[in-house]
Design a protein around this ligand. Structure first.
Ligand SMILES: *[C@@H]1O[C@H](CO)[C@@H](O)[C@H](O)[C@H]1NC(C)=O
Ligand SMILES: *[C@@H]1O[C@H](CO)[C@@H](O)[C@H](O)[C@H]1NC(C)=O
Length: 639
């Protein structure tokens, strides 16, 4: 803002009149300027020509049912946070080639409308690769293609790029009206994700994406990259000399002065942004639940808000984690190498719990914002924040069963006789594949070895469960006498981070029976089991103890309005649960850390509800064929 006084003595009247008009026009332009940009001189963001302050929080619409978006976003805003950050998972929106879904839980536009109505701005992270502990970092199975094709993801490989281009041509024009300059809430858009931690280091690819985004979103769009603050991450991740803002990710264990000083050595000017400040951390099956104390998180956040570096901008990853419903969880690969799939809960020890309850951490963050950025606090909102309503519905007894191998009746594809194919070759995204082979003569006491199971193989000899072979565990199974060998293979989540992204599923390598390599044969029968149709099963009354690989069905009745509840697995070992036909995720309480599974109230109904379960490893005794619906979560205790 500026004001100029024009003295009539300074010149002729006409000139003064002209000058006055120009000043008014200029003023009007300045006042009406509507847009969002990076101010590289003042190291801040600029909205409508004025410095814009924010604290941001990650909350993924795809990890919470759309009926609960308002509740979670309201709680986010009530903490003082004024920007919501979300990834956009490609495989959620394009499940099969050319089939796009932007409805229901995939209606991110409705999510953004709600955010805007609550006074939130949106930071959107459309990838196309997003990491996020999500299957293949959001890249659809069909983009991976078959192992023989050898498509190179996240590079200039034209086969990969043609998929990206089709998807972005659908997605980006839909985002355009949601940009701030067009009256929407989106203030910034991320290019790819943590590209610096990927081996490819293809600068052309990152430039290609930035150009593609600008082509669809316009030249004014604020683009940025986000990478770990290690030197090598900052070499391959940022897009230098292209007006794309470089930002870094670091948690409370890192010193913010060191991280931002490193960022400055790569980018001399511009706002200092931490795109992922971790108030908690992700979990893996078989490892302790990861936690961070609220005092530690609160103190480190407080330090950043009053940093001697001036205004810094922080995004909490995650502010609310939510749930990996169905089969969408991803996995990591440790260098040992060890496959580390992520559990169903994505609670993340975040400030808001998986069911949206506030925690001590929530209030610690709000306190710091109130102290250092009081203008971001809306005092009226906190009174509207309420925890979820929870209910214990008690035991659900299983009365009906589809005994193994009845699961074959749920196959969406059945190949009679042929070679072993992977999931991707069969155009199957998630779930299971059953491979079966019958010999003319009996095999006796032979050892079964599968060096590359992707990821868990449940082994049946003559339709009896005999054991499992897990990826990286290198187990062998001694088989009794049999003629029919069946291998039920579970895709437990494609790797979403690091250098092992090309994670094909199913039987991808050899299957050995003693000295024989039996996977080379062309006499395998195959059933694809995405298990999106358990309601089609023909269940029978349970008369004798079912074996692993069987699907159980039970019912429970709700009087009045349904509340949130959790499935406690009782004596069950490993499998998947469906409630009223919805896949609520995998359970594996014997390895943990997660023990109970979250069932949001909106998946339930007044009256009779159906609970269906596939148990894969250990079927309990008949008197213990039940689960319990309890009123509390159990994501495991902190290590
Ligand atoms: C939600 O529950 C937690 C844990 O019991 C409690 O600390 C918090 O104050 C509750 N929040 C609200 C808004 O009642
Ligand atoms: C289940 O998955 C199969 C294979 O991906 C697909 O063809 C089918 O349409 C899906 N069915 C439902 C009800 O979603």
């Amino acid at each position: 803002m500026f004001s100029t006084r024009v003295s009539p003595k300074a010149g002729g009247l006409a000139f003064v009149g002209l000058l006055a008009v120009s000043v008014v026009v200029l003023l009007a332009r300045t006042l009406s300027y509507h847009g969002f940009s990076v101010d590289y001189k003042k190291n801040v963001f600029s909205k409508d020509g004025k410095s814009f302050d924010y604290v941001s929080g990650s909350l993924h619409y795809f990890r919470v049912p759309h009926e609960l978006w308002y509740d979670r976003l309201l709680k986010l805003r009530a903490s003082g946070i004024n920007v919501v950050s979300t990834y956009v998972p490609w495989n959620f929106h394009e499940p099969h080639p050319g089939q796009y879904n932007f409805e229901g839980d995939a209606d991110l536009f409705k999510f953004m409308d709600i955010a805007q109505s609550l006074g939130l701005y949106v930071n959107i992270r459309p990838g196309p690769y997003i990491c996020s502990e999500w299957d293949l970092g959001g890249i659809p199975y069909f983009v991976l293609g078959s192992k023989k094709d050898g498509v190179l993801l996240r590079t200039m490989d034209s086969r990969y790029l043609s998929h990206v281009e089709c998807y972005f041509t659908e997605l980006l024009p839909r985002l355009k009206p949601y940009l701030y300059e067009n009256g929407g809430p989106i203030i910034m858009v991320q290019v790819e994700n943590e590209y610096g931690s990927y081996k490819a280091c293809d600068y052309d690819y990152m430039n290609y994406l930035a150009n593609l985004m600008r082509k669809h979103l316009g030249e004014n769009v604020v683009l940025y990259t986000a990478d770990g603050w290690d030197m090598h991450h900052l070499i391959c991740g940022p897009i230098h000399h292209s007006n794309v803002l470089t930002t870094v990710n670091f948690g409370p264990n890192s010193d913010h002065m060191s991280a931002f000083t490193r960022l400055r050595s790569f980018q001399g000017h511009g706002p200092l942004v931490n795109s992922e400040f971790y108030p908690g951390w992700l979990d893996h099956w078989g490892e302790p639940h990861q936690c961070k104390t609220s005092s530690f998180v609160g103190a480190e956040f407080d330090k950043m808000l009053k940093s001697s570096l001036g205004n810094v901008f922080v995004n909490f990853y995650m502010f609310f984690g939510g749930t990996n419903f169905a089969f969408y969880n991803g996995a990591n690969m440790a260098t040992d190498p060890k496959y580390q799939p992520d559990p169903t809960s994505y609670d993340y020890d975040a400030p808001l719990t998986e069911c949206g309850d506030t925690t001590e951490k929530y209030y610690a963050i709000r306190k710091a914002i109130k102290q250092h950025r009081p203008h971001l606090i809306d005092n009226n909102l906190l009174a509207k924040v309420v925890n979820s309503t929870k209910q214990r519905y008690g035991k659900v007894k299983f009365k009906e069963v589809l005994s193994y191998p009845g699961i074959k009746s749920l196959a969406t594809k059945h190949l009679e006789k042929g070679p072993v194919f992977t999931f991707e070759e069969l155009e199957q995204d998630y779930g299971f594949i059953l491979y079966e082979k019958t010999y003319n003569n009996y095999y006796h006491n032979v050892e079964l070895e599968i060096p590359e199971p992707r990821d868990m193989v449940y082994v049946f000899a003559d339709d009896k469960y005999v054991g499992k072979i897990y990826r990286s565990a290198n187990e062998k199974i001694l088989l009794p006498s049999f003629r029919k060998l069946a291998l039920l293979v579970e895709n437990m989540g494609r790797i979403n981070y690091g250098n092992y992204l090309h994670d094909y599923k199913g039987l991808v390598g050899e299957v050995r029976l003693g000295e024989d390599v039996v996977s080379k044969g062309v006499d395998w029968s195959i059933w694809t089991l995405p298990l999106n149709n358990t309601h089609l099963a023909q269940y029978q009354e349970i008369k004798s103890k079912p074996g692993p690989g069987s699907i159980l069905k039970g019912e429970f009745t709700i009087h009045g309005k349904p509340a949130d509840t959790w499935v406690k697995m009782s004596k069950f070992s490993k499998g998947v649960i469906f409630i009223n036909g919805r896949n609520i995720g995998r359970y594996w309480p014997v390895v943990g850390p997660q023990k109970n599974l979250y069932v949001p109230s909106v998946f339930l109904k007044t009256g009779v509800n159906e609970l269906v379960m596939l148990e894969l490893v250990q079927m309990p005794e008949p008197q213990e064929l039940f689960v319990e619906l309890v009123e509390y979560p159990d994501v495991g205790s902190c290590d």
